[in-house]
Design a protein around this ligand. Structure first.
Ligand code: ADP
Length: 484
């Protein structure tokens, strides 16, 4: 991998603990390329004491950082943003090597990830407070926004760059310090970001990148009274565990958890647009995103045409190593992911679903899997209730709007949902009825720095992106001025 990079120093085999880089040895944790199993490099397995040191450094640095002007902070963030884009190609290569997604998709993630640094650098200067009409003639009410303090972030492997910037961007912009624990499968993207942050002039201690056991380090971060907020993206199961661990110290929580996104295609939809939207919503990152369409409901009148067109388009798309030109679908992250995908398909076909395309591990071997389309899927199947996180499109046939809205909402999750229709009243009605944090209308791509991303129900708490994303890192302070 280092040979592909213009700047090989971005692939740093070290963790960042406060101001200190701790180098890995070849006995430390190995990071492998999911496309071929090759070892990319090593990162250290840090201890509880290292996590404590990172928190202490963050605490000290945060007080100084919070005292600087928003413009000052924004200038450094803007420089970081510029450096990320300057090194986009290298960052994309590191990302593809450790995560597996096709290189063009990795480039896209770098642009998308960087956009959160840019956005929050801009928003930092607009953390306005309020002056409220007072409740007594001699009193005045002022409300100001202040950084919440030291923040911890735990991020997943599916977006090794963007899930980091979505948390670090607003935290630093708001005047917080942040201790980050990236996923063990994909630490190098986060480490490369930290190298660039240092070059951008970010003061030491404000950003730590811890590597090692998430459970061990997570326990220190969640128990620490100095950490005032935890931002986590990952499974609902782990999110609930972290929520409980944070209870004794009453931390503010940002949780981006699992989804079970419905993708609804009405008879009056534009067929081509719906199929293209479905391919993006379902197969981006090979189905490994929390906003991936998980249940595709197609109205009876358009169902067969939609299924045929979808299979047709997918059959022409290539699976392979993310570095090979023309590849649309990379490997799955690990063997467990392949097992889950296979189990969902077997359960569905055992209960009467039909394979319209794919259905099996890819002939490339490893963790490659064929893009798969199932028809005749029903609510009793595991795939209808659980997030598959793989390249499987399960098609449900439906008749009426009422029926599909009830089916779409019949889940404990509530992150993204999608609908395709050209009837404006229906678009409004269904959008309002869907119990989700996000509704994509006639589009399969909803994530952007300008919009509030987040879920309801078991999909989480808080929002990332938009002006609301900054508020999640700020506390309100109310000043009551008397004797006027
Ligand atoms: P995923 O399916 O994305 O791996 P997880 O919820 O298992 O979902 O993991 C998301 C992140 O949470 C990863 O960075 C992982 O290392 C971390 N994690 C997993 N278990 C724990 C835990 N018990 N405490 C803290 N972090 C954890």
């Amino acid at each position: 991998l280092a040979a592909r990079l213009d700047d090989p120093s971005l692939l740093r085999q070290a963790a960042l603990v406060g101001p200190r880089w701790l180098a890995a040895t070849s006995d430390d944790l190995a990071v492998t390329n999911p496309a071929n199993g090759e070892v990319i490099g090593h990162v250290p397995a840090l201890t509880e004491a290292d996590a404590e040191a990172a928190i202490a450094a963050a605490s000290a640095a945060q007080k100084v950082w919070a005292g600087r002007t928003a413009r000052d902070r924004a200038t450094i963030l803007r420089r970081w943003y510029d450096l990320i884009l300057q090194h986009q190609e290298d960052l994309a290569a590191i990302l593809t090597a450790e995560q597996g997604k096709p290189l063009p998709e990795a480039r896209g993630e770098i642009t998308y990830g960087a956009s959160f640094i840019e956005w929050f650098a801009e928003e930092a200067r607009r953390a306005y407070g309020d002056i409220v009409p007072g409740h007594a003639p001699d009193k005045r009410i002022l409300v100001m926004k202040q950084p919440i303090g030291v923040v911890a972030a735990i991020t997943p492997w599916n977006f090794p760059n963007a899930m980091v910037t979505r948390k670090v961007g607003p935290a630093l912009a708001a005047g917080c310090a942040i201790v980050l624990k990236p996923a063990s499968q994909t630490p190098f993207s986060a480490i490369a970001l930290a190298v660039l942050a240092e070059r951008a002039g970010l003061p030491a201690g404000l950003l730590s990148v811890l590597t090692g056991s998430a459970r061990r380090l997570g326990a220190v971060l969640t128990q620490s009274p100095q950490i005032r907020k935890l931002s986590f993206t990952g499974s609902t199961e782990v999110g609930a565990e972290l929520y409980a661990q944070c209870a004794p110290t009453i931390k503010k929580l940002g949780l981006e958890l699992g989804g079970n996104a419905p993708f609804i295609v009405f008879d009056d939809a534009d067929l081509d647009a719906a199929v293209e939207g479905c391919i993006i919503a379902k197969f981006r990152n090979n189905g490994q995103t929390c906003v991936c369409a998980n249940r595709i409901y197609v109205q009876a009148g358009i169902h067969d045409a939609f299924a045929a067109r979808l299979c047709d388009r997918l059959a022409g798309m290539q699976t392979g190593d993310g570095f090979s030109p023309g590849v649309a679908f990379g490997p799955l992250i690990d063997r467990a992911a392949v097992d889950k995908v296979s189990a969902h398909i077997t359960d569905a076909t055992d209960r009467g679903a039909r394979l319209a395309l794919g259905g099996y591990p890819h002939k490339l071997g490893g963790t490659f899997f064929q893009p798969t389309v199932l028809t005749g899927v029903t609510a009793d199947m595991a795939i209808a209730r659980e997030e598959t996180f793989g390249p499987v499109a399960p098609l449900f046939r439906f008749e009426t709007e009422g029926e599909v809205v009830a089916a779409a909402n019949d889940t404990e999750f509530g992150l993204a949902s999608y609908l395709f229709s050209r009837d404006l009243s229906r678009v409004w009605r269904v959008s309002e009825a869907l119990e989700y944090g996000i509704v994509g209308v006639n589009t399969g791509l909803v994530s952007t720095a300008e919009a509030p991303f987040g879920g309801v129900k078991l999909s989480g708490l808080g929002r990332e992106g938009s002006r609301h994303g900054l508020d999640d890192y700020l506390e309100l302070k109310y000043l009551c001025l008397g004797g006027i």
